[in-house]
Ligand binder design. Structure first.
Ligand SMILES: [Zn+2]
Length: 345
């Protein structure tokens, strides 16, 4: 497809970071009768989706096994209740869950809807990466990052853990990727030029930007954790969040890390407050509050508030969603609202 209109359009779109414009132009090519280019894009997107759901199926294995320190290679997938090995045809990503209607073929144990949902999400994010970055090194970088973030995001949501087995290799991979595909704004290069009058070679600027992002992100979160402990008197955030932020920083560089923290903590506050209120009204652990109230520890209402506020929020999940929003949403926002380009580009 060398030199095809779709490729030219995508190349330009990549340069300008204008995802929406690219989609519009491809659509116009299709309507103007030169449909081949548009069809090619659709066919490649379908391949990215299929590749994505297969990868998503492997991510499910990582998500369920890494927190329990089980090998992600052997043994093959089994039903957690009856232990029957899952047959290859029942292991097809996304579709197997649908034709099994979410139940084990041998014992009928329900299979969590988490599995097909993660496969679907991975497939859709792979398509988004292709549409935004084409078939480039940049795509490889963000696909890899997406996989790491999906593992951490879901693991934190399920068991409130951000495993080091993902954080540290992810951090190293992030720096390596930043050498080849520097974080988009090249902030470290600009700093070096302005303050040290040195022109850094591309790979060095990329790595330095990754290191600055990692240092900034983890230091800020570590400070927040220390502050939280000081104010509330107990641990509210784990070191897992700090290490996860170092990994995100290595991939996104200084500015992307700042944006991720902004979006992640905003999301966490809004959902966090909503969740506490919802838990209160849903009567979460109201029995405990009643008993404590009978023992004269306070009014039942006040105790229910206090208990709801103890709910541990998965901060890593919010940071992960924030990071993905910056990677995939940034170029779209920049294309839609040019006035915001300086902030999200
Ligand atoms: Zn079973």
């Amino acid at each position: 497809m060398g030199g095809s209109p779709a490729r030219t359009v995508r190349h330009r779109a990549r340069k300008e970071g204008r995802f929406i414009e690219a989609v519009r132009r491809v659509w116009q090519i299709e309507k103007s009768g030169r449909g081949v280019a548009g069809q090619t894009v659709v066919i490649i997107a379908v391949f990215f989706f299929l590749f994505g759901i297969v990868v998503g199926s492997f991510l499910n294995v990582c998500i369920t096994r890494i927190p329990e320190d089980i090998s992600i290679v052997t043994p093959g997938s089994r039903c957690p209740r009856c232990g029957t090995p899952i047959k290859p045809y029942d292991n097809v990503p996304l579709f197997a869950w649908m034709w099994l209607r979410g139940k084990c073929r041998s014992c009928g144990a329900p299979i969590s809807v988490m599995y097909p949902l993660i496969e679907l999400a991975t497939g859709l994010l792979f398509v988004a990466a292709f549409l935004e970055f084409g078939i480039t090194q940049t795509t490889v970088k963000w696909l890899f990052f997406t996989c790491l973030i999906l593992i951490l995001t879901v693991t934190d949501l399920r068991v409130r853990l951000l495993p080091d087995a993902v954080n540290w290799p992810g951090f190293a991979a992030g720096l390596m990727f930043s050498a080849f595909v520097p974080p988009s704004n090249g902030f470290a290069g600009v700093l070096a030029e302005r303050f040290l009058q040195v022109r850094l070679p591309g790979f060095a600027a990329g790595i330095l930007d990754g290191i600055l992002g990692a240092a900034f992100g983890s230091f800020l979160l570590w400070g927040m954790a220390a502050g939280y402990k000081l104010v509330r008197g107990h641990e509210g955030m784990g070191m897992g969040d700090v290490k996860m932020m170092a990994m995100i920083g290595a991939f996104l560089g200084l500015r992307g890390t700042f944006q991720t923290l902004l979006v992640g903590s905003l999301l966490g506050s809004i959902i966090g407050i909503g969740l506490v209120v919802a838990l209160y009204f849903a009567g979460w652990r109201s029995e405990l509050a009643k008993r404590a109230s009978r023992r004269g520890l306070g009014t039942e209402q006040r105790l229910r508030w206090a208990i709801a506020r103890q709910y541990q929020l998965p901060l890593g999940t919010f940071l992960g969603i924030g990071a993905l929003a910056i990677v995939y949403g940034g170029p779209v926002i920049a294309a839609q609202w040019p006035i915001l380009r300086g902030m999200v580009g």
